[in-house]
Design a protein around this ligand. Sequence first.
Ligand SMILES: Nc1ncnc2c1ncn2[C@@H]1O[C@H](COP(=O)(O)OP(=O)(O)OP(=O)(O)O)[C@@H](O)[C@H]1O
Ligand SMILES: [Mg+2]
Length: 321
Amino acid sequence: MSNLAIAANGLRKSYGDKVVLDGVDLNVPEGTVFSLLGPNGAGKTTAVKILSTLVSADPGSGSIHVGGHDLSTDPQAARAAIGVTGQFSAVDGLITGEENMLLMADLHHLSKREGRRTAAELLERFDLVEAAKKPASTYSGGMKRRLDIAMTLVGNPRIIFLDEPTTGLDPRARHNMWQIIRELITDGVTVFLTTQYLDEADELADRIAVLNNGTIVAQGTAEELKRLIPGGHVRLRFTDPAAYQNAAAVLSDAAPDDEALALQLPSDGSQRELRSVLDRLDSAGIEADELSVHTPDLDDVFFTLTGAGAGIPAQSKENVR
Ligand SMILES: Nc1ncnc2c1ncn2[C@@H]1O[C@H](COP(=O)(O)OP(=O)(O)OP(=O)(O)O)[C@@H](O)[C@H]1O
Ligand SMILES: [Mg+2]
C-alpha cells in the first residue's frame, strides 16, 4: 500500500434511499494524475468529499487509505497530507486575494511571517500579484480558480483533489489551468481530478475512471479506453442516388445509410486505407461528394459508456417489452 496515495475499495454512499456510490474502487499511485470522469450527478463530488474526509462513507464500505493513513482511524493525518479545491469556489469575494491567502495560512497554523512569505510566493506563482490587493469579487473566473488552487497549496499538500477545476473557464484560461496542473505533477504531487471534459482527462491523466450511476463502468489509460469501443470509420456521402447505388455495389463491405445516401466503412484512418477505398470507387468511375474520417476519441467512449442505453430509467425499462 506504501506506493498508493489513494486506496479505496468498495466505497459506498447513499443519501436516504438514493444510492450515490455503489461499491467503487479507486487506487491512485503516488505522483500520478487520476481523473474521475462522469456526467452530472454521477457521484464525482461525493467521491472527492469522502476521500478528502469532508463526508463519511457508509458503514460497510471497505477501508479507505489516503496518504497511507486509514480514514476511519486517522482522518487527521490524512487531512494533513491533502489539499482540496472544491467544485464551488472557497474564495471569499469580500476580502482581497492576499487576505484569502493569509486566512488559509492561519488555518494551517503558519506563523505570521511564514504566512506572508507563502502567500507572496504563491500569488507570484499564480500571476496574481497585481490583483492581490483587490477584492476577490472583482476577479475573473480564471483568476478566481487560480486563487482557489493557490489557497489549496498553502499547506504544501502531497495529494490534491481538484473537483472540476476548469468548468466555466474560457479556452485560454483552461489551458493555463492545465499548465498549472502539469507543474504540480512535475513537483511530484498526486492529483485526483474530476472533470466532464474528456480532452482534459486525455491531456492530463495517467489513468481515467468513468463513473456512471454510482459504479465505475471503465478504467484505464486514455488509449486503453479508446480501444474499448468500436474503431474508426470512413464515411462517404453522395448527392446522386444512382452514384450511391453504384458505390454500395462496389463497396459491398460498407454499411449503407439509404436515407443519407452515405456509406460507412471501418477504417483506421490511415492514408493507405483511404487510398484503397478511393481506388475502388475510381475504378468504377464513381466519385463521392463528401468524405469524412472518424477516429474514436474519448467522447465516443464517454457516450458509449454513459449514454442512454447505459442509464435507462427504471420506468422506461418497464416499457420495453
Ligand atoms: N448532501 C446530499 N444530500 C442528498 N443528495 C445528495 C447530496 N449530495 C449529493 N447528492 C446526490 O448525489 C448524486 C451525486 O451527486 P454529486 O454531486 O456527487 O455528482 P457529480 O458527479 O459531482 O455531479 P456534477 O457533475 O453535477 O458536479 C446526485 O444525485 C445528488 O443529488
Ligand atoms: Mg460535482
